[in-house]
Ligand binder design. Structure first.
Ligand code: AHM
Ligand code: MG
Length: 335
């Protein structure tokens, strides 16, 4: 039973028995993410005060400039989960390859792997716009006590046992699911505890907000162009409002509360769009579905896509169910 004013720690303990697997390992894992998120939050909040902004000089595996806070967040999440000996493997958007954690040790019984985008929307950091952390948890498919393998990470989204995000916004929130609905916790910075502020979050079935980088309009497929025109048409509850932060976690979070659709379609410049299936789309799709929403690549359910590589990209349409279905209809009709 969830209740307001409950701390995240209390909520985890109380709900542990409703997890599909009840070893307590998953609870410890969510706990370690909560801890790392507090540390990252502290650093993100003082970003404007200290000379921590700017590119770190490295380029990540997708060829994008890495900013110092990305590096910091990446290290913190990996460190926390490694030190606490909680998972057997981690894959991060900021790392070329997956990391194996003591998994070759036969005494090492940890069953979970984590995939993480440590600081999503990082181009927004230096302009004081909300950023987020996205995580996704799977049970390994290879035997415990043996080194983790790529197949432990290349699993379909439907196999996720937990997923969530932390939004570093006007307040900091941790929103997650273990397959039994979505709950949101707000950090009280004075005390350092997260409190259940948004129990059982749900996307409204219909919404009136569409979020897409319209600067790319000319490069979008016809179905998406037609759907955007539909959003702008004066008819019924339309035209819809356009809101695009350029920070997936923030756009998703707003749309889940108010009702809306987020789109990062493929384009003539990027045949699979920009977002990564494993670090961004699957966890957001799991959250969306758990909150009565929907996530699609335009034709297929995101969580049923078979991953072939760690940093795979995929077109992404996600949000209020009826809106996503409408966009899919336009995609089909434009075929
Ligand atoms: P990132 O992982 O490099 O930060 O990129 C992901 C972000 C999303 O948060 C956001 O929705 C999108 O990229 C914005 O991209 P664009 O500037 O092309 O619209
Ligand atoms: Mg990202």
């Amino acid at each position: 039973m969830s209740r307001r004013n409950q701390t995240l720690g209390e909520f985890i303990i109380e709900n542990q028995s409703s997890f599909k697997y009840t070893s307590g390992e998953l609870s410890r894992l969510i706990n370690s993410i909560r801890l790392a998120a507090k540390v990252v939050n502290h650093e993100v909040n003082k970003a404007g005060l200290v000379d921590i902004l700017g590119a770190a000089g490295d380029t990540n595996v997708q060829g994008e400039d890495q900013q110092k806070l990305d590096v910091y967040a990446n290290e913190k999440f990996i460190q926390t989960m490694t030190n606490r000996n909680i998972v057997c493997g981690i894959a991060s958007e900021e790392e070329d390859d997956f990391i194996s954690i003591n998994s070759q040790d036969e005494n090492h019984q940890n069953k979970y792997v984590v995939l993480i985008d440590p600081l999503d929307g990082s181009s927004n950091i230096d302009v004081n716009v909300s950023v987020g952390t996205i995580f996704s948890v799977y049970r390994r498919v290879t035997p415990v006590g043996t080194p983790v393998k790529i197949e432990d990470f290349l699993q379909k989204g439907i196999n996720q046992v937990a997923a969530g995000y932390i939004i570093y916004g006007t307040s900091t929130m941790l929103v997650y699911t273990t397959g039994d609905g979505v709950n949101g916790f707000t950090l009280n910075p004075a005390i350092g505890s997260y409190y259940l502020s948004h129990p059982n979050m749900k996307f409204p079935e219909n919404g009136q907000i569409y979020s897409v980088n319209e600067g790319n309009y000319i490069h979008f497929p016809k179905g998406i162009k037609d759907y955007i025109k539909y959003c702008q048409m004066e008819e019924g509850d339309r035209p819809y409002t356009s809101r695009y932060i350029g920070s997936l976690v923030s756009d998703f979070h707003r749309n889940m509360i108010k009702g809306g659709i987020y789109m990062y379609p493929k384009s003539s410049k990027a045949s699979n769009g920009k977002l990564r299936l494993l670090y961004e789309c699957n966890p957001m799709a799991f959250l969306a579905e758990q909150a009565n929403g929907k996530a699609s690549d335009g034709f297929n359910r995101i969580m049923e896509i078979e991953p072939t590589e760690l940093h795979q990209r995929v077109p992404f349409i996600c949000g209020s169910k009826n809106m996503v279905e409408k966009a899919e209809e336009f995609m089909r009709n434009a075929e």
